[in-house]
Design a binder for this molecule. Structure first.
Ligand SMILES: [Zn+2]
Length: 338
């Protein structure tokens, strides 16, 4: 489920088929992808880190504001508790006074001889006491409501502080993680070098199961093994950006290799060493061209020599893309140099 929803691994963009045998090829592609996207990855991490630092500041300020609000709410609550207690006591006292006034009225009503003045006075006292009870009840209810509100405010401020504190912790941990990952990010050259150490294994693993139809792809007009497609495209693009146009011939069939052995004047097709041909040509079945891992570079329509700007550019930069020159052939670049 997670893999269906998640971002596909970058190496899937340009790798050999994921057979068990092609693990070196997958690693090579992955390392070269990481090498060639290293600066973009680092820039993205810097942006992420800056965002996390800003979030820490925001949440720290929020925690301080919540603390301040909590202190204010707490002092409001303290005052509200006192006010509610006083109002409750005053309400109770008024009810007690009303009971006493009613007792007085009852007593006055039973007086013999009956005193109209005393009854009127006691009746007025009951009316006044009733009014006081009503007033104090309303006051008490108001202070009780204020107390409820003050308690709620303390709770709200506490929840706000808890949330802000947790966010500070969370973003601080996330920023530390980003920083650690940034510091640990390998250098592009180190990743390319690591890929280079796998290149012979890549060849050994790819050759036995190679199928041109599924294992190669076109990069501009050059057919190459999918393993090197991303790196090769970046090499062409970056050379172009430096004013150097490169193209060439990548994959060729074994049939074409056999033909070239004849065309290039090799003493025989199957056994004479490549160096014995007029133009060095590998024995069929041994050329990296036959698995799309070598490219004969041309520039402006001509096969390059060691004197061309393209060769000079490649001499400086090709290793950044995992390509190595075969010294005997200025034009022949592959992942092993073979
Ligand atoms: Zn070649």
């Amino acid at each position: 489920m997670a893999s269906a929803l998640g971002t596909p691994a970058p190496t899937q963009a340009a790798t050999a088929p994921s057979t068990k045998a092609a693990t070196a090829a997958v690693s090579w592609s992955g390392l070269m992808y990481r090498s060639l996207t290293r600066e973009a990855t680092a820039a993205a991490m810097r942006t992420t880190y800056a965002g996390q630092k800003a979030a820490i500041s925001t949440w720290t300020a929020e925690a301080a504001a919540a603390t301040k609000a909590g202190t204010a709410a707490q002092s409001t609550l303290t005052a509200a508790v006192t006010a509610e207690t006083n109002a409750r006591l005053r309400h109770a006292a008024a009810r007690k006074a009303l009971v006493a006034a009613k007792t007085n009225l009852s007593t006055a009503g039973k007086l013999k001889p009956r005193s109209a003045t005393a009854v009127t006075k006691a009746t007025n006292a009951v009316t006044a006491a009733t009014k006081t009870v009503t007033t104090r009840k309303l006051q008490y209810q108001r202070y009780a409501a204020a107390l409820t509100l003050a308690r709620a405010e303390v709770k709200t401020a506490a929840a706000r502080l808890t949330k802000a504190t947790a966010a500070v912790s969370f973003t601080t941990a996330a920023a530390a993680k980003t920083r650690a990952a940034y510091v640990a990010l390998p250098a592009a050259a180190a990743l390319a070098t690591q890929a280079g150490t796998l290149s012979r294994d890549v060849v050994a693993q790819i050759r036995p199961a190679f199928k041109a139809a599924t294992d190669t792809t076109q990069v501009y007009s050059v057919t190459v093994n999918k393993t090197v497609a991303f790196a090769f495209k970046r090499m062409v693009d970056d050379a172009q950006a430096d004013g150097v146009q490169i193209s060439g011939g990548g994959f060729r069939t074994t049939q074409r290799q056999i033909e070239l052995r004849t065309i290039n004047g090799c003493p025989d097709v199957w056994t004479a060493p490549a160096s014995s041909c007029r133009v060095p040509t590998a024995i069929p079945g041994r050329s990296l061209h036959e698995i799309g891992l070598a490219v004969d570079i041309s520039s402006a329509g001509r096969t390059i020599s060691s004197k061309t700007p393209a060769f000079k550019w490649l001499t400086v930069h090709a290793k950044e893309y995992g390509f190595v020159n075969l010294p005997a052939e200025a034009w022949h670049w592959s992942i092993t140099g073979g």
